[in-house]
Design a protein around this ligand. Structure first.
Ligand code: ACO
Length: 330
């Protein structure tokens, strides 16, 4: 079984309800039908039922097993608006503004998740990362004990000697532009949790990456990573985590043995933590394009799972993201 087949099997074992705010977007409609057909989740398309039905007919798909919720007609809208008002009134949100936001499918979907009417949410086929992240950050907020929401990429490499049979976890490549040392430590702990839960890694081995290995270079950027290592050890003493180290020392056994001989992680890392978003985002895209790896993104650190798609996503990408979201919700 490849990685995604394993995730599909997990999703089927405990089926979750996933809200899809871009309910009349053709790829999303096709993906919802496919997810229901494969038994990966109970998809809920948000939007006007007639419009969604027309898109489904044009696409030649049946919406069997797919629920539709129209934010304009949903009897729960008043409860959602009140919940949103209570959550954001201290930030100056009025009741009128809360009611207006609740009629927006993105906010409506996030509120469904917040109030337990869906277990998770997937969007981003037409919206930007920020459009989805902001309501999720404001309403769902971070999981208990977590200071920061970030992302992990599951990177399936052709070279099976890397990571866990070719599977690596990269973080953060999507959310936090310039993490502090403390935020970097939280990103590392979250990524290890994603590696355990989603990838089934029994032993996440986390490398905190830098352009220095164990003091080979001196710079304030290196000091930030060293400090993040100390904080992460305090946050999760049982976690196998080490750094600072360069990616070759993290991944290649001989180089790890020569550059960081006493490290429990060097040469065998399966989770790579980048020092900032420029490094992470650039590296995941280069790994995809130059090394021909497959890359699947999830957000982590939210109290309930919400995941973002790329606007260039395929129907298969959406199906995969729904399956990963369903597993995160278990
Ligand atoms: N974790 C937890 N909470 C956060 C985080 C975070 N990472 N970021 C912001 N928040 C909270 C804030 O504290 C605030 O809470 P409050 O309103 O209750 O006080 C709320 O979320 C909104 O924060 P803002 O500062 O208004 O939001 P901001 O404008 O900073 O947007 C965002 C946050 C969208 C995550 C921003 O950091 C961002 O744009 N990141 C980069 C996204 C991106 O473009 N990624 C690259 C492309 S994606 C790809 O290539 C796959």
């Amino acid at each position: 079984m490849n990685m995604m087949e394993k995730i599909y099997a997990k999703a089927r074992a405990d089926v979750k309800t996933i809200a899809l705010p871009e309910g009349d977007e053709p790829r999303t409609v096709k993906a919802a039908a496919e997810v229901a057909r494969l038994g990966l989740a109970r998809p809920v398309l948000l939007g006007d039922a007639e419009k969604i039905g027309a898109v489904a007919r044009d696409a030649g798909v049946a919406l069997e097993g797919v629920a539709i919720v129209d934010p304009a007609q949903d009897p729960k809208s008043a409860d959602y608006a009140e919940a949103l008002y209570e959550l954001r009134k201290a930030k100056g949100l009025t009741r009128e503004e809360a009611a207006k936001l609740t009629s927006d499918a993105m906010y409506h979907g996030v509120l469904m998740v917040k109030l337990g009417d869906a277990h998770g949410l997937v969007s981003g086929a037409t919206h930007t990362t920020g459009d989805m992240l902001r309501p999720a950050l404001q309403i769902i907020k971070t999981a208990p004990g977590m200071k920061v929401v970030s992302s992990s990429f599951l990177i399936q490499c052709q070279n099976r000697a890397l990571g866990e049979d070719g599977l690596l976890v990269y973080a953060d490549c999507v959310v936090v532009p310039c993490p502090t040392a403390e935020e970097l430590a939280h990103i590392a702990v979250s990524a290890a949790e994603t590696a355990r839960k989603l990838c089934g890694f029994e032993e996440p081995r986390v490398a905190m990456l830098s352009f220095s290995t164990k003091g080979s270079a001196k710079h304030e950027l290196v000091d930030k990573v060293k400090k993040a290592v100390e904080i992460a050890h305090r946050l999760a003493p049982e976690l196998m985590l080490d750094g600072e180290m360069q990616p070759d020392a993290a991944l290649v056994p001989e180089i790890g043995a020569s550059k960081a001989p006493d490290s429990p992680v060097a040469g065998r890392a399966n989770v790579l933590i980048f020092p900032d978003l420029q490094a992470g985002n650039i590296c995941y895209k280069i790994t995809q394009r130059v090394a021909g790896a497959e890359a699947f993104a999830v957000l982590q650190g939210l109290a309930k799972p919400c995941n973002d798609l790329s606007r260039g996503c395929s129907v298969e990408d959406i199906v995969n993201t729904i399956a990963m979201t369903a597993v995160q919700a278990q």
